[in-house]
Design a protein around this ligand. Structure first.
Ligand SMILES: [Zn+2]
Length: 79
């Protein structure tokens, strides 16, 4: 993620997490720019696929995607 992408997404989001709306200023670290549809799932590196995300939401989303990936793998084995 480039600094320019962070700047554009953070400005658009008004420096709030776009998932839980927590303000970036209350965290000690800058928020992360998240791919809404991950690149590994053919998401694109475009502003409309980027969201400013706090660490908690980013980790929660990652866990959910990994869980969905396991379900998909399980369903593949059942068919
Ligand atoms: Zn959040």
């Amino acid at each position: 993620m480039t600094h320019l992408q962070y700047t554009l997404v953070a400005k658009r989001a008004k420096h709030r997490c776009e998932y839980c709306h927590a303000p970036e200023i209350i965290f000690n670290l800058a928020f992360e720019v998240d791919h809404i549809v991950p690149l590994s799932r053919k998401g694109e590196d475009k502003p409309e696929n980027l969201a400013l995300s706090c660490r908690i939401c980013n980790l929660h989303k990652l866990a959910r995607i990994e869980r969905v990936g396991c379900v998909t793998l399980t369903l593949t084995h059942q068919s």
